[in-house]
Design a protein around this ligand. Structure first.
Ligand SMILES: [Zn+2]
Length: 291
């Protein structure tokens, strides 16, 4: 009986050892090294590609494919200002125009901090934005800090999350001192609240997700209301959601395919294909277009 018991135990260990091979320390080390090489190459890519210290948007001639993925190594970001948030305007449609960032109240002279680690890509006066600092982060995201009064960094400086980069102000097209903060990926303005929770916890909403056109199109958001966000963990989920959210646009006076394409972040060829029209077709007022 005792012998049989040992035989059973022996076979049990044998079969289970085969089913679940023991993970060696070496394979874990190899994975960690491989992962850090991958992260380094992404980092290098973003710090060398379309790196231009003179242009506000160096991605003007770059076509961005949707959806695109974005990931963060951090769980928290650093607040860009030294006090609690008072949001005076959100990302979205405002006074018939696109407001491509979020407005956070501050007093001229308040310190402004980098929200994540990165490298300073642009420091200078930009029409509308006034004195501006742009930081490119290692995941490709860029943060724009506008209406500043003073700069505390120079181009190509490496900055740490929470480091002072400027003093807030009221320069450019601004009524009253505030920080206008934009978040861009390859020149596309993402709703900042999609990425970061603007409460006092400073959490990054999700470590990894796929961004659809909807979240880089101010026209689909309202600067007075918080958008209800949906997060897509896979390319497939994101693509399926784009199919559902396809919309019908009614052509208004003065519209051109170019204007509609810019406003909705849909390429002209996509609009043409979806509506069986040509690039040089004349649009009628009241005509319906599937976007
Ligand atoms: Zn603003």
């Amino acid at each position: 009986m005792k012998k049989l018991f040992f035989i059973i135990i022996f076979f049990y260990i044998q079969t289970h050892a085969q089913q679940k091979p023991f993970i060696s320390l070496d394979s874990i080390k190899a994975y960690v090294i491989k992962d850090s090489i991958r992260k380094d190459s992404i980092k290098k890519h973003f710090l060398t590609t379309n790196w231009d210290n003179r242009k506000f948007n160096p991605y003007k001639n770059v076509t961005v494919e949707f959806p695109f993925e974005i990931s963060f190594d951090d769980v928290f970001y650093a607040s860009p200002i030294p006090k609690d948030y008072v949001i005076t305007s959100r990302y979205g449609w405002r006074w018939g125009r696109a407001h491509k960032g979020i407005d956070i109240d501050l007093i001229t002279g308040d310190e402004v901090y980098a929200v994540l680690d990165g490298k300073v890509r642009y420091v200078g006066y930009h029409s509308g934005h006034g004195r501006t600092v742009i930081i490119r982060h290692y995941n490709g995201l860029e943060t724009v800090y506008a209406h500043l009064s003073r700069y505390k960094v120079k181009v190509n400086d490496i900055v740490k999350k929470g480091q002072v980069i400027a003093k807030g102000g009221n320069t450019g097209n601004s009524k009253g001192s505030h920080l206008h903060l934009e978040t861009l990926y390859k020149g596309k303005h993402i709703n900042p609240e999609y990425l970061f929770s603007f409460d006092q916890k400073h959490k990054i909403n999700k470590p990894h997700f796929w961004v659809t056109r909807d979240y880089v199109t101010p026209f689909l958001h309202n600067s007075k209301r918080e958008t209800e966000f949906e997060y897509y963990a896979t390319r497939e989920e994101a693509e399926n959601s784009e199919g559902i959210q396809q919309q019908v646009y009614v052509v208004k006076r003065g519209d051109t395919l170019y204007k509609i394409s810019r406003r909705y972040n849909v390429s002209i060829s996509r609009i043409c294909k979806a509506n069986s029209i040509r690039k040089n077709s004349t649009l009628r007022i009241g005509q319906e277009l599937v976007l």
